[in-house]
Design a protein around this ligand. Structure first.
Ligand SMILES: N[C@@H](CCC(=O)N[C@@H](CS)C(=O)NCC(=O)O)C(=O)O
Length: 190
């Protein structure tokens, strides 16, 4: 198996943590620089992660996780867990949009509809996820918990949001940060 991604992407990190000790090659691409040609050859959606398993290519972290789960004969996620992933992805997608806008020289703090919508979505989803953590819904270290970890740690790493209202998310992150593959995939060490 080959995982194509980068060491800084939160979507790639979830799959690296999920793969754990499963034998695989990891291809670390700079998708906005010298790795872009390889990305173009690998995935027409021009996004990471993607997985190659023999002749089978799989795009998108959510589908990769489903593929690995089916391969390992694990139970599918419940509908509530699927909803958790949707919230995590909504916040993550909006945060990636803000980061790319910043890197394009745009003022993401400007009072304009597009940025207001992204910031509003990030905070409504983070507040809901914080309430779920408080309610004990992320007690088990499973795929949704891994995704939440990667989101929170990446938002903190990129300094994209204030955690003032949702500090419990940082406590959740801190409880898991020493696990072997979590520590090994810390984007700060890449
Ligand atoms: N839904 C996708 C999102 C993946 C994604 O947005 N990855 C980012 C890197 S963090 C990316 O490839 N961005 C490229 C772009 O937006 O041009 C997934 O879960 O895999």
């Amino acid at each position: 198996m080959k995982l194509i991604g980068s060491t800084t992407s939160p979507y790639v990190r979830r799959i690296r943590i999920l793969l754990d000790e499963e034998p695989h090659d990891f291809v670390n691409l700079n998708i906005y620089g010298e790795g872009r040609d390889e990305l173009r050859r690998s995935n027409p959606a021009l996004k990471i992660p993607m997985l190659v398993d023999g002749d089978q290519e799989i795009y998108d972290s959510r589908i990769i996780a489903r593929y690995l789960s089916a391969k390992q004969c694990r139970d599918p996620l419940t509908w509530n867990q699927e909803n958790q992933l949707t919230l995590i992805d909504a916040a993550n997608d909006s945060a990636v949009t803000l980061l790319l806008s910043e890197r394009s020289g745009l003022d993401t703090h400007a009072d304009v509809m597009f940025f207001n919508l992204q910031r509003e979505r990030i905070m409504t989803t983070l507040r809901t996820l914080a309430a779920m953590v408080k309610d004990g819904q992320f007690e088990r270290w499973n795929y949704p918990a891994i995704c939440l970890y990667c989101l929170v740690d990446w938002l903190d790493f990129r300094d994209l949001v204030s955690f003032d209202d949702v500090e419990i998310l940082l406590s959740f992150r801190d409880r898991h940060m020493d696990q072997h593959w979590v520590a090994k995939t810390d984007p700060r060490n890449s």
